[in-house]
Structures are given as structure tokens and as C-alpha cells.
Design a protein around this ligand. Structure first.
Ligand code: 9MR
Ligand code: ZN
Length: 548
């Protein structure tokens, strides 16, 4: 069909020209700083831009690392704090260039947050905001209900979910949850963050999130139920979004989507109130209406694609963690004891209390409860705090046994594994906030370092950041616009030990260590797609690292 898309071969995939692996954005001056050397070397040096040696040190032997298969030495230059641009050198090998300064991550935060603007659906992306990545408004036609084509719905707006052009409520609510908590918890990082997006009078992060919330509100029915998704019947070919003219369908109301709406709208209502009371009222009302629907429809309504549709299902076995999150947010917003009781009843349903993904949202509910200023059941609050503490301790121990500091077991490198590392970073950050300690700080930073190049492939998984970085994500406009350089700030899904697409089957050989199961190719959706809920935990983690 398309040139590059199907014809790129393994031979086109570049490997890093560098032999020493670092965070290619860099390090904060006071932070722990480690370069990974997957070869024999006694000592290392740090050279500045002019090539002068500014620091020397001895390496330490880490040992064999299971996730990467590498035999690793570590070069620790934490003691060096002078701002500047550097490379690590050892045994004739070099690292990519990286910075040391208080502002090394500012552009990464801005880019990963601006990525949401590039994913906006239903409006033209204009040159003054989108630079060369412009396109006319897309997906503006009316949608019809899949189950009854006579019902027409106006559901324009929101963000494209991912590499595809679908818009899914549960995925959106999860990203909104991450971003709004980031805003709430790390005001220093976000209050002044300037994104160069259309002016609304709101702080930029809130302006961008409102774009998604406005769409989510359109997905709600009069009776409070929320439609699961709006997509075409089949994923579009690799064309620009405005060329995707197939009929849009709205799919049935589900328990997950309705619960997520109740939660996200309640959370947002509190956050937007100081800026826009009318919008806050609208959100509070939408949340109540969604809860009303949940009460009137206690039987779980899940989702599977009906025959003839192949877009994302986002199915779940139950909606317990979604409902729990909803009641927690509703209680926090309104102080209504009925919601408190309902939340306390949901908490023991067996879902992880620190889950932060679209299918497992318990962690947003527990976080909400711990932060809320209402009367609390102390025993429950302390169990929630302990859940974060236990999970963080486990993450620290996994990070200690990985040469690249990743808080994951080798088997956890799955589809969108970079989301797992970012969510783990979130848990580490949250536990520090809750416990008032900084026991997780360097571990949380370590998850970001991995994402930005301190990994077995020496690649930065964020487009636009780093000398050696991914540039060909599975993202329709990034291919179809014909522009060589991908728009910045897109977080790739990353290594997946269970390749799930034809390109990946072709290039990932049996027995490849998990951390190496990756290829920067447009066609590889199981290794190199992007999604809003992989960007959002990255924004949260950056918010903590910069703003805390
Ligand atoms: O993120 C989802 C991943 O965990 C699943 O393994 C994969 C296959 O079902 O689907 C992913 O979700 C995709 C969604 O269905 C549609 N938009 C893009 C998502 C990322 O690939
Ligand atoms: Zn669109």
C-alpha cells in the first residue's frame, strides 16, 4: 500500500553509534548519575563539549543483567555537579551527549505534554502551534450508533488515542487522571508550563486536558450512561486524519466508560473550579449523572468488538477498580457519606490498590482518598498508604537487581512496556509524597533515565529527545505527513518480549533478551506505537522530578 510503511526491512533499523548508555536528556546536578558500560573497563572519564576531561572515576562491576543479557559495569559520576554538556568515555567508547543542569528535563516535559495537542481530533492544527505538523480539521462528520444507525451523534473533539484514530473513553479518562493528578501534586512544574497551544485563559495543561474532557462530556447520554468509544469500523489506512472519511460509529454504553467518566469528571470539577465555575458545575453534574446510571444498572456491562469492527476493544473482565475510583472522587468532591460508604465497600474486591493503568485504576482511587480533605476511615487510609509503601519497596528491589535500574522483572516487558516503567515511576513518586521521604527519588529518576537512553539499545524512546532516538513510531500522521523528523514528545511503547505484529515477528529473533525486543519501525504496532496513556504517566513522572 504505502512505500516506506510496508517496504522497510530490518536492515533499515539503525543501531546506536554509541557504546556507553546514559540518559540523553541528562541529569539534575544533585541527582544520582550512572552511565552503563556493557563491556570491560576499569576507569572512565567525563569530557565536556570541547573534549576536555572534567572528571575521572573507576567503574564498578554490576554483573550479568538478565533483562538485557548484558555484562555490565557502572560508571558513577554523581559527585560531578557542574552544569554543562558532556559525554562519558571509556576504552575508546563514547556515550551520547547529555546535559547536567536544573533544566535538562524542561523541554522533555514540554514536548511530552505538547504531544497531546498534536493528537487533537476535530480541529485544524495551525502552523503557529503545530509548526510544520499542520493539518485541517479531521473526523468532523456526524457519527451514528453502531447498534442503531438512525441515531446520529455529534461527538467531535478529544485526542486520537494512539497510532490509530480511535477515541476511547476509558483510555482518555486514564490519561486525564494522570495529567490532572500531575497538575494537582506538582504545581511548580505545571503552573507556569507554557505549551504554545490555543489560549483559553486556563493554565496550559488544564487547557489541553479540557479539550479531552469536552469530548468525554459529549460521549455521555442523557441518562448518565457513557458510550465506550467512537471509531470507524476498521482502523484507517496510513493516511492523514482528515483523509480518513469512513463512517464514524459510537459503540454501546459500558460500565467501565461510565465509571471512568464519573471519576474523571469529579476530579476535574474540583481542579477547574477556581478558573471556570460553570465548567466545574457541568463536570460535577456529569459525574453525578454517571453515578446515577451505575446505580440503576448494577450488572456489569463489558465490551467486546462486535463482528465487523476491529478497532481497540479496551475490554475488561470487571469494572471494580473503575467504580472504586469513581466513588473515591465523588466522595472527595461532594463529601457525600453515601459515596464514602460505597467506596469502602468496593475497596476489597481484589484489584491492585496501586494500579494506574486504563484497566486497573485502583491507585487513582487510593491516591484520591489519601489526598482528600474529608473525614476518613483511618484504618483504610493507612492500608492504602501501606499498599504504596509495599509496592515501592518491591520496585526498589527490582530496580536494584537490574543493571539498567529498571523496576521490572524480565517477563514484564510487554506491549507498551514503557508505560509500565513510567507507571512504576509514578508509584515511586507517590510513595515519596505520601511518606514525606525521598527514599524513592533516585529510583523514580532511574525509570526516566531508562526511557531516555540508559537501556540496552541506547535509544531514547521519546521522539525529538536525544542524539539517538526513536523517530518512526506507529503513528499515522507521523508517517503520512511525509516529514522525515517525527513531531517531538511521542513516547514509544518500547520493548515487548511477545512480538505481536508481522514486522516484529520478522525482526525479533527467538531468545532475544526482553529489553532488546524492540525496533523503531512505523509498521510495528506491538513494539513502537504511541498512546495518550503512555505519554501521560511520563508527564506525571517528569512533573515529580522537576517540580518536587
Ligand atoms: O495498549 C493495548 C495493549 O495492552 C494490548 O496488548 C493491545 C492489543 O490488544 O492493544 C493495545 O491497545 C491499543 C488499542 O486497542 C487501540 N489503540 C492503540 C492501543 C495501543 O496499541
Ligand atoms: Zn481526528
Amino acid at each position: 500500500m504505502n512505500r516506506k510503511y510496508f517496504e522497510r526491512e530490518a536492515a533499515h533499523i539503525k543501531t546506536t553509534p554509541f557504546g556507553i548508555f546514559v540518559d540523553q536528556a541528562g541529569y539534575l546536578p544533585k541527582s544520582r548519575k550512572i552511565a552503563v558500560l556493557p563491556f570491560e573497563a576499569e576507569s572512565f572519564e567525563l569530557a565536556d563539549e570541547s573534549g576536555s576531561v572534567r572528571y575521572t572515576g573507576k567503574t564498578s562491576y554490576f554483573g550479568k543483567d538478565e533483562a538485557s543479557g548484558d555484562d555490565i559495569r557502572l560508571a558513577d559520576f554523581s559527585g560531578f555537579r557542574e552544569p554543562g554538556k558532556y559525554r562519558v568515555r571509556a576504552e575508546g567508547q563514547l556515550s551520547a551527549q547529555f546535559g547536567i543542569s536544573e533544566s535538562v528535563y524542561d523541554s522533555v516535559l514540554r514536548d511530552t505534554m505538547r504531544a497531546f495537542y498534536y493528537l487533537r481530533c476535530g480541529c485544524a492544527l495551525e502552523e503557529k502551534y503545530a509548526l510544520q505538523y499542520v493539518h485541517p480539521a479531521c473526523h468532523t462528520s456526524e457519527a451514528v450508533l453502531w447498534d442503531d444507525h438512525s441515531v446520529r451523534l455529534e461527538v467531535t473533539g478529544g485526542w486520537h488515542d494512539a497510532g490509530d484514530y480511535g477515541r476511547y473513553v476509558t483510555a482518555g479518562a486514564c490519561a486525564v487522571g494522570h495529567l490532572l493528578y500531575a497538575y494537582k501534586l506538582f504545581p511548580k512544574a505545571f503552573e507556569k508550563l507554557s505549551l504554545n497551544i490555543p489560549e483559553t485563559g486556563l493554565p496550559d495543561l488544564l487547557a489541553e486536558v479540557k479539550y479531552e474532557l469536552d469530548w468525554m462530556l459529549k460521549m455521555q447520554r442523557e441518562d448518565g450512561g457513557v458510550y465506550h468509544k467512537v471509531t470507524t469500523a476498521q482502523h484507517a489506512p496510513f493516511v492523514m486524519p482528515e483523509e480518513d472519511k469512513a463512517q464514524l460509529f459510537v459503540f454501546k454504553v459500558t460500565t467501565m466508560a461510565t465509571a471512568d467518566m464519573a471519576a474523571a469528571a469529579a476530579l476535574a470539577s474540583g481542579i477547574y473550579r477556581p478558573f471556570d465555575a460553570a465548567f466545574a458545575d457541568k463536570l460535577a453534574e456529569a459525574s453525578e449523572r454517571a453515578l446515577g446510571w451505575l446505580e440503576a444498572n448494577p450488572e456489569f456491562i463489558g465490551f467486546e468488538n462486535p463482528p465487523g469492527c476491529n478497532t481497540g476493544p479496551y475490554g475488561q473482565r470487571d469494572a471494580n477498580s473503575n467504580i472504586f475510583w469513581a466513588y473515591a472522587e465523588a466522595y472527595s468532591l461532594t463529601g457525600d457519606e453515601r459515596r464514602h460508604k460505597a467506596m469502602l465497600e468496593m475497596k476489597d474486591k481484589g484489584f491492585p490498590l496501586t494500579g494506574l493503568g486504563y484497566g486497573e485504576l485502583g491507585g487513582l482511587g487510593t491516591l484520591c482518598y489519601l489526598l482528600c480533605e474529608r473525614d476518613k476511615d483511618e484504618e483504610t487510609a493507612s492500608a492504602f498508604r501501606q499498599a504504596f509503601a509495599d509496592r515501592a519497596a518491591r520496585l526498589r528491589s527490582m530496580a536494584d537487581s537490574c543493571g539498567y535500574g529498571v523496576a521490572m522483572e524480565p517477563y514484564e516487558y510487554c506491549w507498551g512496556s514503557n508505560m509500565n516503567t513510567m507507571k512504576n515511576g509514578m508509584v515511586l513518586a507517590i510513595d515519596d509524597l505520601l511518606s514525606g521521604s525521598s527514599r524513592n527519588r533516585s529510583y523514580a529518576e532511574g525509570q526516566l533515565h531508562y526511557l531516555l537512553g540508559e537501556n540496552a539499545l541506547g535509544i531514547s524512546y521519546v521522539t525529538g529527545t536525544g542524539e539517538f532516538r526513536c523517530n518512526y513510531p506507529h503513528l499515522r500522521p507521523a508517517f503520512a505527513d511525509g516529514i522525515e523528523e517525527c513531531m517531538p514528545g511521542m513516547v514509544s511503547g518500547g520493548p515487548n518480549r511477545r512480538p505481536g505484529d508481522p514486522f516484529a515477528y520478522e525482526v525479533i529473533r527467538e531468545g532475544t533478551p526482553p529489553m532488546r525486543c524492540y525496533a523503531d519501525d512505523t509498521s510495528s504496532y506491538s513494539l513502537n506505537e504511541i498512546t495518550i496513556y503512555w505519554n501521560s504517566p511520563t508527564v506525571f513522572l517528569l512533573g515529580y522530578i522537576i517540580g518536587e
